[in-house]
Ligand binder design. Sequence first.
Ligand SMILES: [Zn+2]
Length: 291
Amino acid sequence: MQRTWADRAAEHEGRLRQTPRRTSSAPAASLLALQRTAGNGAVARLLARQRAGGAAATAAPPTPDFLVRDVDRAITETISHAPAAFSQWNGTFSWRSKWRLRLDLRAEVGQLQVIVRFKTDASATVRAAWERAILAKWSNKFAFCVKREAPIEVSPGVFDRYEEMYPIRIVIAWVDNASDAHYVIRANAPGATEGGRAGQGGTTSMVGWGTADTEDITHEFGHMLGCPEEYFTTNGINFVRPGGQGFRDPGAGVMNNPAGRALARNFEVICQEAATLRGVPRARTEIAPWR
Ligand SMILES: [Zn+2]
């Protein structure tokens, strides 16, 4: 597997070197469109040419196609201010956030993959339903962005703030051996309980997923990505919306309400780790909507 990748990367690098660089200039207003279609490298080359007064840019030193980083970090959350009826929710909870980041730097397919390996005894049908639900909620919604030192005004009042944008794509890998997995998922029958907790369709916890559930698991997947709850007051932040009860509130994000959307802040740990992988300070990076 490693060898195949290395071969492909080498082939690709060779192809890149042979690809003639285009010398025509595009209007600045199309920079954003170019970045979203041709990728970061194309924009960088275009800007380099513009800065060089239209002269052909000198060949950049070879760079790797992929950067990989294995993440395994402790996450802790403290829930407080739950009303009396939910007081058992108050407390401090810890778990580990584990996945692999693969930053694909190739200009035409630049992306940040978050690869999570699961082992489970659930059927192929259930696995497919879980995977569809997770991807629909978390994948391709936001981009990891590296900011420019100074924004570029691409047309009057319109600024391009990003030097690089990598759509964040979730990759679920089903593995046969627990030793290869980031998480071993227990497949629960509908109605299952765990420590007095019961969610939808049998989902009871981060690694106890209901075979009839495709909603609560998207919240549990958020914990794997390093997201704390957004219940009541969590880590000192009040998440209770006006008129809301503090959890499963209509319109709230997925970490409050599993039916809700993933929010930019839910990618914070990914952003920190991706900044390290890219070799830039967190302050120079940002999570931005992709679509
Ligand atoms: Zn939770």
